[in-house]
Ligand binder design. Sequence first.
Ligand SMILES: Cc1cc2nc3c(=O)[nH]c(=O)nc-3n(C[C@H](O)[C@H](O)[C@H](O)COP(=O)(O)OP(=O)(O)OC[C@H]3O[C@@H](n4cnc5c(N)ncnc54)[C@H](O)[C@@H]3O)c2cc1C
Length: 387
Amino acid sequence: MDLELTAEQRLLRDTIRKFVNEQIRPVAREWEAEGRYPDEIAATMAELGLFGLCVPEEFGGMAADMVSLAVVFEEIARGWMGVAGIIGSHSLSCWMIAKYGTSEQRSRFLPELATGERRSGIALTEPGAGSDLQGIATTARRDGDHYLLNGRKTWITNARHANPLPVLVKTDPAARPAHAGMSVFLVEAGTPGFEVVRDLPKLGYRGPETCELVLDDVRVPAGALLGGTEGRGLQQVLAALETGRINIAARAVGVAQEAFDQALRYAGEREAFGQKISGFQAVQLKLADMAIKLQAARLLTYWAAARLDAGHRADLESGMAKVYASEVALGCAVDAMQVHGGYGYSREFTVERLYRDAPLMVIGEGTNDILRTVIARSLTSGRGTVG
Ligand SMILES: Cc1cc2nc3c(=O)[nH]c(=O)nc-3n(C[C@H](O)[C@H](O)[C@H](O)COP(=O)(O)OP(=O)(O)OC[C@H]3O[C@@H](n4cnc5c(N)ncnc54)[C@H](O)[C@@H]3O)c2cc1C
């Protein structure tokens, strides 16, 4: 078992780290505070090919393995977690279109998604249903060669940039079990009746927009049904979310690493009672615990990613990585704040942003409690195991 990155993965990490240090870190605090959309950063991400991470090479993408994907998200999140969101649900959508799209959908969308000319996201959550996706109310009714979509989605990241936006709906609301009547439609921007109605005010995760949107008799051709067959939507989405959890876990590792780095640096500079605070055992214990948990979270994330790369279903592994890494990120953000004392509470220091960004990873792509139930089901049913 090799726990080291390959030479290619290290090269990718170094390239992204350089980009983050040169172009993201210098502007992150100011742009995040202003709530400014980082267009210039997105443009460089396009030049680096990062919109094509999950697009097959035949369509001009990078076809990155999941460990490489984790490395990219980790590095970007070290500089500014919000920026990772621009290619987060976009990559998930690319993966889903590449895996389940008809040949027409793949050739129509993937080449431009790979370059960033087109962007994407994923619209699952509704005002009345988030964890309980089988409880969604958005519908698609067949009307000749078309479908009419009606409903409301909320908390949709990248909604103003997405084209197409995959939308989870019920094509047969009476189906039992409910998932048998669920489908995904690739809705193109500008389709009449499809409207982004507001940007949601957020604690953190600034940079990308997160929106509420309305679908009012949105008429889409039957060719917009992902994969061309009704009733596959929930299965398509759940498989894509496994890759999404790797990206969330990796972002959490990035936030935890940055919290640790900031705490270590500050502890080596700040003096109290005539010595550096890094000389106090209480501070040393915090730093040691942060480092141990951070590295454990990283290894768990790479392991889950490697399981997917080896072609296994990895709901257990990606769930474990996401739960653990996100809770480590939250803990490290709080510890880093404490090491900074009063300055940790200041908007002039990075740790306050880490403290605001970390909770998203606990909530997004399945709350940690929901994932614990998924992990437990996998273990008790014998489908998954550890050891
Ligand atoms: C900044 C941000 C960006 C987001 N971006 C997107 C996006 O791009 N696309 C998208 O579709 N969604 C997005 N989401 C939505 C996110 O995925 C949901 O918020 C999440 O899945 C939880 O759903 P909910 O908010 O409806 O909470 P609920 O499902 O109402 O859960 C509320 C609480 O009840 C608990 N709970 C619910 N059911 C159970 C159960 N069976 N057992 C134990 N506990 C339970 C949950 O763990 C949670 O603690 C985003 C959210 C945020 C905050």
